[in-house]
Design a protein around this ligand. Structure first.
Ligand code: NDP
Length: 435
């Protein structure tokens, strides 16, 4: 805390892991004197750099770029790039730290990293986005590579941005390699990658519901966010028989009591992905829905909640409202959307609660499958990738169950995910010596 006192999100993420891992390693001889947790909280490398570029008015703009190379014990650094004005060292260190455990849970050989910039993509022209991405990559390229560090997308970085960055990397290095994931399908991408985080979250929730002998069928579902993760969580939850009644963005949420079906979701995708507009436009077309400016959807009655927007978007009071209204399952699509107070509420009421590092790991797992396909120079079918994704989510659920089941049978997925993720990385670090 002394050295990272100015990094609240990072401390929050470390605290959650420490609370699970310290009791686990205490008294275990193989961890004695290894300072293993102290080593894991220190990034292997932090890269910060200037990104200067020229906007459409001909003015020079300056942003800060980052890449946190957190841990490479079990594979090359792997994790997304976030472009959002809120990006800072604390947020990226928290994300990189979480990524280490998440990637370990996927069962694939990937270390953990994260990066991005305080660049705000909102309101920028396509050409400005391209110039920024090229400027960003003109520095990042010297630090990454298919066997070193393989970035992907995150908030503000989707297929378009990955394309511009891949183009620049290829030009600078003069080689076509799987250095980024989330690529277009004709130039090295994997089928199902865009869907994977949202689908994976619903697959994970499905496994949780199964432990209670139930499913999505006939359940009311509240989703936050309307970006990549939210869109495909809505699609899969609906496919499995759930009725999704909300979506949101940073301005507010829409509530559609009839449910957001496939046609309505297609309209949301058009608003967000094509026109880059606001979720409020939904009610212009579907007048039965209501728009709630400046609010989050957690007061809406539901059985299942899928927070898919951003960190700390669901606080203790909102958690209480969810539980009081009958919510029995919360599965995080975003990274750390629930505050520690919210998690306390879910645990106290013993409802099903999955932390993002377990339930949203399907995205990076499919990125891992993209890396494998790139190395093989071969593409699997949609069905093959989806089947592998499903199996990975089942395996992650099993690992959480193994390490997280309390004496009374309640599965503490936070504890389970943290310990399961930790063991593999810690053991690899110890085997590789103090370096
Ligand atoms: P997108 O940029 O596609 O969408 C983000 C969504 O969250 C948008 O609806 C956005 O609204 C909303 N949002 C962003 N910041 C805030 C905020 N401060 N307050 C309220 N709403 C906000 O990102 P993704 O869908 O890719 O990512 C969403 C979450 O999922 C993040 O936590 C990310 O780290 C996590 N994640 C993503 C993975 C992936 O594969 N994409 C993998 C694993 C985790 P607006 O349009 O107004 O900005």
């Amino acid at each position: 805390k002394q050295t990272n006192g100015h990094e609240p999100e990072f401390i929050q993420a470390v605290q959650e892991v420490a609370e699970a891992v310290i009791p686990y390693i205490e008294g275990k001889e193989k961890y004695n004197g290894t300072k293993i947790l102290e080593r894991m909280v220190e990034p292997e490398r932090v890269i910060m750099f200037r990104v200067s570029w020229i906007d459409d008015k001909g003015e020079t703009q300056v942003n800060r770029g980052y890449r946190i190379e957190m841990n490479s014990a079990i594979g090359p650094y792997k994790g997304g790039l976030r472009f959002h004005p809120s990006v800072n060292l604390s947020i990226l260190k928290f994300l990189a730290f979480e990524q280490v455990f998440k990637n370990s849970l996927t069962t694939l050989p990937m270390g953990g990293g994260k990066g991005g910039s305080d660049f705000n993509p909102k309101g920028k022209s396509d050409i400005e986005i391209m110039r920024f991405c090229q400027a960003f990559m003109s520095e990042l390229f010297r630090h990454i590579g298919p066997n070193t560090d393989v970035p992907a997308g995150d908030i503000g970085v989707g297929g378009r941005e990955i394309g511009y960055m891949f183009g620049m990397y290829k030009k600078l290095r003069n080689e076509f390699t799987g250095v980024l994931t989330g690529k277009g399908i004709t130039w090295g991408g994997s089928l199902i990658r865009p869907e994977a985080t949202g689908y994976g979250n619903v697959y994970f929730a499905h496994s949780m519901l199964k432990t209670q002998g139930t499913s999505f069928e006939g359940k009311t579902v509240v989703v936050s966010g309307s970006g990549n993760v939210a869109q495909y969580a809505v699609e899969k939850a609906t496919e499995l028989g759930g009725k999704v009644v909300t979506m949101s963005d940073s301005s507010g949420y829409i509530h559609d009591t009839d449910g957001i079906d496939a046609d309505k979701l297609a309209f949301v995708m058009e608003i967000k992905n094509v026109n880059r507009g606001r979720i409020s436009e939904y009610v212009d077309k579907y007048t039965s829905a209501t728009y709630h400016e400046g609010e989050r959807p957690w007061n809406v009655t539901c059985d299942i909640a899928l927070p898919c927007a951003t960190q700390n978007e669901l606080n203790g009071d909102e958690a209480k409202a969810l539980v009081t209204n009958g919510c029995m399952c919360v599965s995080e699509g975003a990274n750390m959307p629930s505050t520690p107070e919210a998690i306390e509420v879910f645990h106290a009421k013993k409802i099903l609660f999955a932390p993002g590092k377990a339930s949203n790991a399907g995205g990076v797992a499919t990125s891992g499958l993209e890396m494998t396909q790139n190395s093989l120079r071969y593409n699997w079918t949609r069905e093959e990738v989806d089947a592998k994704l499903k199996q990975i989510m089942i395996d992650i659920h099993e690992a959480c169950e193994k390490y997280g089941t309390d004496k009374d049978g309640y599965i503490d997925y936070v504890k389970g995910a943290n310990i399961a993720g930790f063991v593999k990385v810690a053991d690899a670090m110890i085997a590789q010596g103090v370096v």
